[in-house]
Ligand binder design. Structure first.
Ligand SMILES: Cc1ncc(COP(=O)(O)O)c(C=O)c1O
Length: 391
C-alpha cells in the first residue's frame, strides 16, 4: 500500500463507536448529528427525470458531459453569481465534488518540481484536500483556521517562501465544519496573493446554496484566471447518492483537467446528467430545503442559548461548530452526550492526518450536522438538555 496513505491513520474513534454499538444493543434511541447526509426526500421532479432517462440501450458517456447539462449549469451560474461561463470551455460535469477535488492535484502537481509541490488547505476541514494531495505526490500544508480570523484561511499571514513553493490553495466557504462564510472582498484579496505567487485558487463551494441570510459569493466573482470552483447537487438538492456536481473556471485549467480526467473513468451516466439538468434548472425545491434547515437551525440556536453553549452563528451550511463546556474537550463532551443517544462529531475528526501523526491535534469544539428531521431535532434537544444538566 502507498506508504503515505498507510501512515495516515484516521483519528481513533473506537471508544465512541463502541458506546454507539452498545446503545443500539440496549435499544436506546439514537439521534445522529454526526454525518452530514440529511434524510429529506429527493424532489419528485428530479426522481422522475432520472427514471424517464434510463435508456433501452446503454452507451459510454464522455468526460465532457452533455451539452444540455453544461448549458443548464451555465445559466444557473449566471443567474446566481452574475458570472458568464462558456459551457463548452469552462464547465465539466463531475460525479459529485469529492472525486473532482481528489483528482485535481493528480493532474496539476508535477512531481518533477518539488520546489512547487505544496498544497495549502485549512484545518479543521474536509479531509479530501489532503488525501488527494498525498496520492498525487504533493506536499500537504494544513493551516490552522482561527476563531479570531472568523475561521478564514489567511494567505496574507503565511511566509512568502511557503507561498512561492505552493501550487494549489483550497478554500471552502461556506465552510465545513465551522459554517463560516467569506465575503467577495476576501476572495479578491486571496486571489491577488495566488496570482502574485502563481498558485491555482481552488474554491470548494458545495454549500453556497444552503444559506439563511445573505447569499454567499463565488470565488469566480473575484476573477476567472487562475480560479477553479467545485459545485455539487449533494447539499443543494439533497442528491448525495446520485453523485453529481461540476467544476468550472479558468478555460486553460479546465481544458487540462478535462484531458487528465479522461484517464480516471469519471464520465457521469447520462440518466444522472438528465436528472441533474432538471435540478440545476429549478430553485423551488432548494428554497424548500433551505426553509427546513432554517427551522432546524432555529431549534438549536434557541437551545444552545438556553443552556449556554458557545457556537459560531451559522449563516450557511447545515452545521453548527460549538465549543465544549469549560474544562472539557470536544471529544469528552461528545462521549458524554453519546451515553444519552446524542451523536455529534468531535472537532478532532476534522484535523489533518499529518496533525494527528505528529500529535498536533486537539480541539475544544464539536460539530453537529442538522440531519435528523425537524421532529427528531425537537425531541433530541429535550434529551440533550437532560444530558447537559448531568455533566
Ligand atoms: C466541504 C465539502 N466538500 C465536498 C464534499 C463532497 O460532496 P459531494 O462529493 O457529495 O459533492 C463535502 C461532503 O460532505 C464537503 O463537506
Amino acid at each position: 500500500m502507498n506508504r503515505l496513505i498507510r501512515q495516515l491513520k484516521p483519528y481513533p474513534m473506537e471508544e465512541l463507536n463502541r458506546i454507539k454499538a452498545s446503545l443500539k444493543e440496549r435499544g436506546i434511541k439514537i439521534y445522529d448529528f454526526g454525518t452530514g447526509d440529511p434524510k429529506e426526500p429527493t424532489d419528485q421532479k428530479i426522481r422522475k427525470a432520472l427514471i424517464d432517462a434510463v435508456p433501452e440501450v446503454s452507451q459510454y458517456t464522455s468526460v465532457a458531459g452533455r451539452a444540455e447539462l453544461r448549458n443548464a449549469i451555465s445559466e444557473w451560474f449566471k443567474n446566481r453569481f452574475g458570472v458568464e461561463l462558456d459551457p463548452d470551455t469552462q464547465i465539466i460535469p463531475s460525479n459529485g465534488s469529492k472525486e473532482a477535488i481528489f483528482h485535481f492535484p493528480l493532474v496539476f502537481i508535477d512531481t518533477d518540481q518539488p520546489e512547487k509541490n505544496k498544497v495549502i488547505f485549512g484545518t479543521p476541514g474536509y479531509p479530501v484536500y489532503e488525501r488527494g494531495t498525498l496520492y498525487a505526490g504533493g506536499m500537504p500544508v494544513p493551516v490552522p483556521l482561527r476563531e479570531e480570523d472568523g475561521f478564514l484561511l489567511r494567505l496574507d499571514k503565511l511566509d512568502k517562501s511557503l507561498l512561492q513553493e505552493t501550487k494549489i490553495v483550497w478554500l471552502n466557504y461556506p465552510h465545513n465544519p465551522t459554517g463560516a462564510t467569506a465575503s467577495l472582498q476576501y476572495f479578491q484579496d486571496m486571489l491577488g496573493i495566488c496570482r502574485e505567487y502563481g498558485i491555482i485558487l481552488c474554491s470548494d463551494e458545495c454549500y453556497t446554496e444552503l444559506y439563511f441570510d445573505e447569499k454567499p459569493p463565488s470565488a469566480l466573482q473575484a476573477g476567472i484566471e487562475g480560479v477553479v470552483v467545485f459545485h455539487s447537487l449533494s447539499k443543494r438538492s439533497g442528491l448525495t447518492g446520485y453523485r453529481t456536481g461540476f467544476v468550472a473556471g479558468d478555460p486553460q485549467i479546465i481544458s487540462e483537467y478535462r484531458k487528465g480526467r479522461a484517464s480516471f473513468g469519471v464520465a457521469t451516466p447520462d440518466f444522472i446528467q438528465k436528472a441533474a439538468e432538471v435540478a440545476w434548472s429549478d430553485e423551488e425545491h432548494v428554497e424548500k430545503r433551505r426553509e427546513i434547515f432554517r427551522r432546524k437551525r432555529d431549534i438549536f440556536l434557541e437551545f444552545f442559548d438556553k443552556i449556554g453553549l458557545e457556537y459560531l452563528y451559522p449563516q450557511a451550511t447545515f452545521y453548527f461548530w460549538i465549543k465544549a463546556p469549560e474544562g472539557m474537550s470536544g471529544e469528552e463532551y461528545a462521549k458524554h452526550l453519546l451515553q444519552y443517544g446524542i451523536v455529534v462529531s468531535p472537532g478532532v475528526n476534522f484535523c489533518a492526518g499529518i496533525e494527528i501523526m505528529e500529535n498536533r491535534c486537539s480541539s475544544d469544539y464539536f460539530r453537529i450536522a442538522l440531519v435528523p428531521t425537524v421532529e427528531e431535532c425537537m425531541e433530541a434537544v429535550r434529551v440533550w438538555e437532560k444530558a447537559h444538566s448531568e455533566i
